[in-house]
Design a binder for this molecule. Structure first.
Ligand code: XMP
Ligand code: MG
Length: 179
């Protein structure tokens, strides 16, 4: 698995420190509120679990799965809800936890859906951002790291469902997906 990685971009320690920092900031900003924290599956599952441990305000969690890239490395632009939330978002302060924002298509669709359901507020935190690839006008409220335009894996992110369990984030060797 490690042999398929061209370069480690951020180590486990660097990611850990950043997640704690984001959690501390969110704890201050969400003081007095009771946010519903939504994990966008599957990529955000590790970030979500580390992040909520770093947030000190009372919160609830739920999960949502939307159509992903499958085995390809480019967004199809088609977003489909594969698993919906269990709870209502009406009147809730919602915090969407994303792994990575690329074109922004997935997230802008999600925000639309949630706002139409009557949320009180929608806030977005993403661990990774690739602003160079944005095709819609969308800025996350909180972000961990800005990444170059390369396909990355690890810390929850996959290529064809593999590499999610790498504790760091790295660039995949192109020959792995050009095969
Ligand atoms: P969009 O283009 O809608 O895409 O912003 C967001 C989703 O695409 C996936 N994605 C990646 N997954 N390495 C991955 O493993 C990447 O470099 C990458 N770029 C985008 C991811 O699931 C994200 O939620
Ligand atoms: Mg994915």
């Amino acid at each position: 698995m490690q042999n398929d990685i061209k370069e480690v971009l951020y180590s486990e320690e660097q990611i850990g420190a950043k997640v704690k920092e984001l959690g501390a900031q969110l704890s201050v900003d969400f003081e007095g509120r009771n946010p519903l924290v939504i994990c966008v599956l599957k990529g955000a599952f590790i970030f979500m679990s580390d992040l909520v441990k770093a947030i000190t305000v009372p919160l609830e969690i739920d999960f949502m799965a939307v159509s992903s890239y499958g085995a390809s490395t480019k967004s199809s632009g088609v977003v489909k809800i594969i698993k919906d939330l269990d709870v209502s978002v009406e009147g809730r302060d919602v915090l969407i936890v994303e792994d990575i924002i690329d074109s922004g298509l997935t997230l802008s669709y999600l925000i639309d859906v949630l706002e139409h359901r009557g949320t009180k507020s929608v806030t977005v935190v993403t661990l990774f951002d690739k602003p160079a690839r944005r095709t819609v006008d969308l800025q996350p409220h909180y972000k961990g790291f800005t990444l170059p335009d390369e396909f990355v894996v690890g810390y929850g992110l996959d290529y064809a469902e593999k590499y999610r369990n790498l504790p760091y984030i790295g660039i995949l060797k192109p020959q792995v997906y050009e095969k």
